[in-house]
Design a binder for this molecule. Structure first.
Ligand SMILES: CC(C)(COP(=O)(O)OP(=O)(O)OC[C@H]1O[C@@H](n2cnc3c(N)ncnc32)[C@H](O)[C@@H]1OP(=O)(O)O)[C@@H](O)C(=O)NCCC(=O)NCCS
Length: 158
Protein backbone atom coordinates (compact mmCIF):
# COMPACT_ATOMS: atom_id res chain seq x y z
CA UNK A 1 0.00 0.00 0.00
CA UNK A 2 1.41 3.34 -1.00
CA UNK A 3 0.49 6.99 -0.98
CA UNK A 4 -2.21 7.88 -3.52
CA UNK A 5 -3.07 11.42 -4.53
CA UNK A 6 -6.65 12.67 -5.00
CA UNK A 7 -8.22 16.01 -6.02
CA UNK A 8 -7.97 19.08 -3.76
CA UNK A 9 -4.64 18.17 -2.20
CA UNK A 10 -6.00 15.06 -0.45
CA UNK A 11 -3.91 11.92 -0.24
CA UNK A 12 -4.50 8.46 1.19
CA UNK A 13 -1.92 6.13 2.66
CA UNK A 14 -1.59 3.29 5.15
CA UNK A 15 -1.33 4.41 8.78
CA UNK A 16 2.03 4.78 10.53
CA UNK A 17 3.03 4.47 14.19
CA UNK A 18 2.84 8.26 14.70
CA UNK A 19 -0.80 8.42 13.57
CA UNK A 20 -2.00 6.37 16.52
CA UNK A 21 -3.32 9.13 18.77
CA UNK A 22 -5.28 10.82 15.95
CA UNK A 23 -6.68 7.48 14.77
CA UNK A 24 -7.80 6.61 18.30
CA UNK A 25 -9.30 10.09 18.73
CA UNK A 26 -11.42 9.60 15.59
CA UNK A 27 -12.50 6.09 16.64
CA UNK A 28 -13.48 7.46 20.06
CA UNK A 29 -15.59 10.10 18.28
CA UNK A 30 -17.22 7.43 16.11
CA UNK A 31 -18.02 4.94 18.85
CA UNK A 32 -18.36 7.16 21.89
CA UNK A 33 -16.11 4.64 23.63
CA UNK A 34 -12.88 5.52 25.48
CA UNK A 35 -9.57 4.02 24.35
CA UNK A 36 -8.68 0.81 26.21
CA UNK A 37 -5.31 -0.88 26.68
CA UNK A 38 -6.32 -3.49 24.06
CA UNK A 39 -6.49 -1.00 21.18
CA UNK A 40 -2.76 -0.59 20.71
CA UNK A 41 -2.00 -4.25 19.97
CA UNK A 42 -4.66 -4.33 17.28
CA UNK A 43 -3.38 -1.05 15.82
CA UNK A 44 0.18 -2.39 15.67
CA UNK A 45 -1.04 -5.58 13.99
CA UNK A 46 -2.92 -3.45 11.43
CA UNK A 47 0.29 -1.50 10.70
CA UNK A 48 1.80 -4.84 9.69
CA UNK A 49 -1.31 -5.55 7.55
CA UNK A 50 -1.74 -8.89 9.26
CA UNK A 51 -5.49 -9.21 9.73
CA UNK A 52 -6.58 -5.69 8.94
CA UNK A 53 -5.48 -2.20 7.94
CA UNK A 54 -5.97 1.49 8.73
CA UNK A 55 -6.18 3.94 5.83
CA UNK A 56 -5.51 7.63 6.45
CA UNK A 57 -6.91 10.54 4.39
CA UNK A 58 -5.08 13.81 4.89
CA UNK A 59 -4.13 17.15 3.39
CA UNK A 60 -1.02 19.25 4.06
CA UNK A 61 -2.43 20.33 7.40
CA UNK A 62 -3.94 17.32 9.16
CA UNK A 63 -5.52 13.89 9.11
CA UNK A 64 -9.10 14.41 7.89
CA UNK A 65 -10.50 10.89 8.08
CA UNK A 66 -9.77 7.22 8.51
CA UNK A 67 -11.10 3.86 7.37
CA UNK A 68 -10.23 0.61 9.09
CA UNK A 69 -10.85 -2.88 7.76
CA UNK A 70 -10.43 -6.47 8.88
CA UNK A 71 -9.33 -9.25 6.56
CA UNK A 72 -11.10 -12.49 7.38
CA UNK A 73 -10.24 -15.95 6.09
CA UNK A 74 -12.89 -18.44 5.10
CA UNK A 75 -12.83 -21.87 3.45
CA UNK A 76 -15.69 -21.22 1.04
CA UNK A 77 -13.72 -18.40 -0.63
CA UNK A 78 -10.45 -20.29 -0.43
CA UNK A 79 -8.99 -17.11 1.05
CA UNK A 80 -9.88 -13.73 2.49
CA UNK A 81 -12.77 -11.30 2.33
CA UNK A 82 -12.69 -7.78 3.70
CA UNK A 83 -14.98 -6.09 6.22
CA UNK A 84 -15.15 -2.31 6.53
CA UNK A 85 -15.00 -1.77 10.29
CA UNK A 86 -14.60 1.90 11.18
CA UNK A 87 -15.06 4.91 8.91
CA UNK A 88 -15.06 8.51 10.01
CA UNK A 89 -14.44 11.85 8.35
CA UNK A 90 -13.71 14.81 10.62
CA UNK A 91 -16.75 17.05 11.14
CA UNK A 92 -14.99 19.94 9.42
CA UNK A 93 -14.34 17.94 6.24
CA UNK A 94 -17.65 16.18 5.59
CA UNK A 95 -19.35 16.47 2.20
CA UNK A 96 -16.04 16.92 0.36
CA UNK A 97 -15.87 13.40 -1.05
CA UNK A 98 -13.43 12.12 1.57
CA UNK A 99 -15.74 9.31 2.68
CA UNK A 100 -15.98 8.14 -0.93
CA UNK A 101 -12.20 8.38 -1.39
CA UNK A 102 -11.54 6.39 1.81
CA UNK A 103 -14.03 3.63 0.99
CA UNK A 104 -12.77 3.39 -2.61
CA UNK A 105 -9.22 3.07 -1.30
CA UNK A 106 -10.22 0.18 1.00
CA UNK A 107 -11.97 -1.51 -1.95
CA UNK A 108 -8.90 -1.10 -4.19
CA UNK A 109 -6.55 -2.37 -1.45
CA UNK A 110 -8.78 -5.39 -0.76
CA UNK A 111 -8.89 -6.22 -4.47
CA UNK A 112 -5.10 -5.97 -4.73
CA UNK A 113 -4.77 -8.22 -1.67
CA UNK A 114 -6.92 -10.84 -3.40
CA UNK A 115 -10.03 -10.56 -1.22
CA UNK A 116 -13.13 -12.20 -2.69
CA UNK A 117 -15.51 -9.46 -1.50
CA UNK A 118 -15.88 -6.47 0.78
CA UNK A 119 -18.81 -5.89 3.11
CA UNK A 120 -20.04 -3.92 6.07
CA UNK A 121 -23.04 -3.93 8.34
CA UNK A 122 -25.14 -1.08 9.57
CA UNK A 123 -26.51 -0.73 13.07
CA UNK A 124 -29.46 1.51 13.99
CA UNK A 125 -27.16 4.46 14.72
CA UNK A 126 -25.49 4.21 11.28
CA UNK A 127 -28.56 3.23 9.25
CA UNK A 128 -28.67 6.81 7.91
CA UNK A 129 -25.56 6.03 5.85
CA UNK A 130 -27.28 3.37 3.74
CA UNK A 131 -27.58 5.76 0.76
CA UNK A 132 -23.89 6.65 1.02
CA UNK A 133 -22.84 2.99 0.73
CA UNK A 134 -25.33 2.34 -2.08
CA UNK A 135 -23.69 5.16 -4.04
CA UNK A 136 -20.39 3.34 -3.62
CA UNK A 137 -21.71 0.07 -5.06
CA UNK A 138 -22.73 -1.87 -1.93
CA UNK A 139 -25.92 -3.93 -2.09
CA UNK A 140 -28.03 -5.50 0.64
CA UNK A 141 -27.33 -9.23 0.81
CA UNK A 142 -29.14 -11.08 3.58
CA UNK A 143 -29.28 -9.91 7.18
CA UNK A 144 -26.88 -10.37 10.02
CA UNK A 145 -27.59 -12.14 13.32
CA UNK A 146 -25.31 -11.52 16.26
CA UNK A 147 -24.75 -12.46 19.91
CA UNK A 148 -22.68 -10.30 22.24
CA UNK A 149 -19.99 -12.31 24.06
CA UNK A 150 -18.12 -9.55 25.90
CA UNK A 151 -20.02 -7.06 28.03
CA UNK A 152 -17.84 -4.16 26.87
CA UNK A 153 -18.40 -4.84 23.17
CA UNK A 154 -21.73 -3.06 22.86
CA UNK A 155 -20.37 -0.53 20.39
CA UNK A 156 -21.64 0.79 17.11
CA UNK A 157 -19.63 -1.20 14.57
CA UNK A 158 -19.86 -0.29 10.89
C1 LIG B 1 -20.56 8.82 6.52
C2 LIG B 1 -19.33 9.69 6.22
C3 LIG B 1 -18.07 8.84 6.35
C4 LIG B 1 -19.46 10.22 4.79
O1 LIG B 1 -18.29 10.95 4.48
P1 LIG B 1 -18.32 12.30 3.61
O2 LIG B 1 -16.92 12.65 3.28
O3 LIG B 1 -19.13 13.32 4.33
O4 LIG B 1 -19.13 11.82 2.31
P2 LIG B 1 -18.75 12.13 0.78
O5 LIG B 1 -18.58 13.60 0.60
O6 LIG B 1 -17.63 11.27 0.36
O7 LIG B 1 -20.09 11.62 0.06
C5 LIG B 1 -20.06 10.86 -1.13
C6 LIG B 1 -21.46 10.84 -1.71
O8 LIG B 1 -22.37 10.22 -0.77
C7 LIG B 1 -23.39 11.13 -0.40
N1 LIG B 1 -23.66 10.95 1.03
C8 LIG B 1 -22.85 11.26 2.07
N2 LIG B 1 -23.44 10.88 3.23
C9 LIG B 1 -24.63 10.33 2.88
C10 LIG B 1 -25.69 9.75 3.63
N3 LIG B 1 -25.63 9.65 4.96
N4 LIG B 1 -26.75 9.26 2.95
C11 LIG B 1 -26.81 9.32 1.60
N5 LIG B 1 -25.82 9.86 0.83
C12 LIG B 1 -24.76 10.36 1.47
C13 LIG B 1 -22.84 12.50 -0.72
O9 LIG B 1 -23.89 13.43 -0.94
C14 LIG B 1 -22.04 12.22 -1.97
O10 LIG B 1 -22.93 12.08 -3.06
P3 LIG B 1 -22.58 12.70 -4.53
O11 LIG B 1 -21.31 12.05 -4.97
O12 LIG B 1 -23.76 12.32 -5.36
O13 LIG B 1 -22.41 14.16 -4.32
C15 LIG B 1 -19.26 10.93 7.18
O14 LIG B 1 -20.47 11.62 7.12
C16 LIG B 1 -18.96 10.57 8.63
O15 LIG B 1 -17.80 10.47 9.04
N6 LIG B 1 -20.04 10.42 9.45
C17 LIG B 1 -19.89 10.13 10.88
C18 LIG B 1 -19.34 8.75 11.16
C19 LIG B 1 -20.10 7.66 10.45
O16 LIG B 1 -21.34 7.65 10.40
N7 LIG B 1 -19.33 6.71 9.89
C20 LIG B 1 -19.86 5.62 9.12
C21 LIG B 1 -20.44 4.57 9.99
S1 LIG B 1 -21.34 3.36 9.03
Amino acid sequence: MTVEHHPNGVSTRPAKVDDQSRVFELIEQLTGEAVTSDWQGVYESHLRLERGAVVIAENDVSILGIATVSYNMTIRYGGEYCELEELIVDDSARGLNLGRILVQRTIDDARRRGCAEIGLYLVPSTEGNRGFYEKLGFEVLGTEMRQILKADQVIAKE
